[in-house]
Ligand binder design. Structure first.
Ligand code: B4P
Length: 182
């Protein structure tokens, strides 16, 4: 079974939702940069205060901060892992590639959760997290298109990307992911 995975998709596509379910069922380490950053924010650290300002505008937190968080976690994982929300730009992707080479654990599959904008906006407004208001959501979608979507091409060329329809109920999307990774 493939156990070095990455879930990719626009904000609100359900990366976190599906990654949680998948990691629980298959016993993988769930590495969500969004969750790790929110932990840093709740700790009230200087880095957390800086990160909160950026996240609340829907921008990307600095690559160095995110990388140091991911590196620490990946170096300590004993089982398989699932990256959720990282990498989010080409620079993070190339740093990840170098890191995975160093630890000799190449990425085995990328799941792209493809979801239409009207679903994304509705889901995020319903969730109502601090960074889930209309103006910030629109900025997050713009940043996804500009900075994150080039990764689709990158992983397609590597032959490891599978696209999944995310415009469906949570359990239906989950079954599609299991099928793609099975
Ligand atoms: P993330 O925490 O990664 O969150 P997200 O992309 O907005 O949402 P996700 O796709 O995980 O949606 P979810 O399952 O929760 O990022 C937040 C911020 O952190 C970023 O804007 C950025 O500032 C920062 N950040 C994170 N990683 C970074 C990085 N690598 N570099 C720099 N900055 C970084 O689902 C959303 C809602 O939809 C939930 O309420 C869920 O219940 C619902 N839902 C999910 N699937 C559904 C379905 N199939 N049907 C109906 N509802 C569904």
């Amino acid at each position: 079974m493939k156990n070095k995975l990455l879930f990719l998709g626009p904000p609100g596509a359900g990366k976190g939702t599906q990654a949680n379910l998948y990691c629980k069922k298959y016993g993988l380490d769930h590495l969500s940069t969004g969750d790790l950053l929110r932990d840093e924010v709740s700790s009230g650290s200087v880095l957390g205060i800086k990160a909160a300002e950026i996240m609340n505008k829907g921008e990307l937190v600095s690559d160095d901060l995110v990388l140091s968080i991911v590196e620490g976690r990946l170096l300590n994982t004993k089982k398989g892992w699932l990256l959720d929300g990282f990498p989010r730009n080409v620079n993070q992707a190339s740093s990840l590639e170098k890191l995975l080479e160093k630890i000799n654990q190449p990425l085995e599959a990328v799941i792209l959760i493809k979801t239409a904008d009207d679903y994304l906006i509705k889901r995020l407004l319903e969730r109502g997290r601090q960074d889930d208001n209309e103006q910030v959501i629109i900025n997050r979608l713009k940043i996804y298109r500009e900075k994150t979507s080039p990764l689709i091409d990158l992983y397609t060329k590597q032959g490891i990307l599978e696209g999944i329809n995310g415009n469906a109920d949570i359990d239906v999307v989950f079954s599609c992911i299991e099928k793609a990774l099975g």
